[in-house]
Design a protein around this ligand. Structure first.
Ligand SMILES: Cc1cc2nc3c(=O)[nH]c(=O)nc-3n(C[C@H](O)[C@H](O)[C@H](O)COP(=O)(O)O)c2cc1C
Length: 257
C-alpha cells in the first residue's frame, strides 16, 4: 500500500507492545525520512530514533505517551520551521503505518538530555508495534465535514475532491483541524484558524498541524497525477482576515507527459 492509501487508514496509536523492531526497518525509516521532500529546503533538520524498550529514556511532557521507540525531530529555528517539520514528518508516519508500525505525534514532549548542535527539538513521535488496531475505516475518523472546512467558489472535479478528502483526514494537535479552504477548480487558498488563546505552544502545534495537512495535499495530488505548487501570494499575505491567517495557495493542474 502506498502513502496515499495510508492517509485513509492511519490513526494515532497510544498503546504499544514492548517488541523490538528489526534494526534494518529502523534504518529504512530514517533513510526514508532523509529522502522526503522539504517544504523549506534551506532549513536544516535532523532526526534520530531513541530506543526505549527498557523504559530508561527521560521522556518529559504534557500528554506524553509511553512507547518502546521515539523518533525525535530537530530543526533550525528559521521562519516556517514548524510547518516544515509537519510536512516532513507526516510521510514518515504514513510509511511506518504501511510497515505495520503505530505512531503518535507528541507536541509537548521532549527527550531530555538529547541535544544536537545548531538545531532544537521540535516534536517527538512515539512509535512501535501497536497493541490496539493499527488501521481504521476513514468513515469513523472524527473530522469536520468538507462543507464546514471549505468555501467552494466553483465546481470542482474528482481529483480536486480527492485531494480535499485527504487534507480533511490530516491529524492535528487535539484534533482541532486548524485549517480552512477557499476552493476554485484549479487552486485552494489555505487559511490557518486563529487560536482563541494565541499562546506560543498552541501556535506551534497549529503550525506543525498545518505542515501535516500540506503534506496530505501534496501526496494526494501526486496520486491523482496532478502537479501541485504551494506558493504564498504577497497581496494575500498583507491582507488581514477576520478569523484566520492566510498560509499559502495550492495551485493544482493536470500533469502532462
Ligand atoms: C502537532 C501534533 C501534536 C500532538 N500532540 C499529541 C500529544 O501530545 N499527545 C497525544 O496523545 N496526542 C497528540 N497528538 C495526536 C492528536 O491528538 C491526534 O492526531 C488527533 O486527536 C486525531 O486523532 P487521529 O490521529 O487518531 O485521527 C498530536 C497531533 C499533532 C498533529
Amino acid at each position: 500500500m502506498n502513502l496515499y492509501q495510508m492517509i485513509f487508514k492511519r490513526r494515532s496509536i497510544r498503546k504499544f507492545k514492548k517488541e523490538q523492531i528489526p534494526e534494518q526497518l529502523l534504518k529504512d525509516i530514517l533513510y526514508f525520512g532523509s529522502c522526503v521532500l522539504k517544504l523549506h529546503a534551506d532549513i536544516s533538520v535532523k532526526m534520530e530514533i531513541c530506543d526505549n524498550l527498557d523504559g530508561h529514556l527521560p521522556v518529559k511532557g504534557l500528554w506524553k505517551v509511553e512507547a518502546p521507540y521515539y523518533l525525535v525531530f530537530y530543526s533550525e529555528e528559521k521562519e516556517g520551521y514548524l510547518t516544515n517539520a509537519g510536512y516532513i514528518l507526516e510521510p514518515i508516519l504514513l510509511y511506518m503505518t504501511g510497515k505495520g508500525i503505530g505512531s503518535c505525534y507528541l507536541g509537548n514532549t521532549r527527550i531530555t538530555g538529547h541535544e544536537m548542535e545548531g538545531v532544537k527539538q521540535v516534536v517527538a513521535i512515539a512509535f512501535g508495534y501497536p497493541k490496539t488496531l493499527l488501521y481504521r475505516d476513514p468513515a469513523t475518523a472524527k473530522r469536520l465535514p468538507l462543507k464546514e472546512l471549505c468555501v467552494f467558489k466553483e465546481e470542482i472535479g474528482e481529483p480536486m475532491k480527492n485531494i480535499l478528502k485527504a487534507a480533511r483526514l490530516s491529524p492535528s494537535a487535539m484534533n482541532n483541524q486548524p485549517w480552512r479552504f477557499i476552493v476554485y477548480h484549479d487552486r485552494i487558498y489555505i487559511f490557518a484558524c486563529r487560536e482563541f488563546l494565541p499562546s506560543a505552544p498552541l501556535v506551534s502545534m497549529r503550525d506543525i498541524s498545518i505542515g501535516i495537512m500540506l503534506s496530505h495535499l501534496t501526496i494526494a495530488a501526486e496520486e491523482m497525477w496532478m502537479n501541485i505548487k504551494l506558493e504564498a501570494e504577497e497581496t494575500m499575505l498583507k491582507k488581514s482576515f477576520k478569523s484566520g491567517t492566510y498560509v499559502t495557495t495550492a495551485y493544482v493542474k493536470e500533469f502532462n507527459c
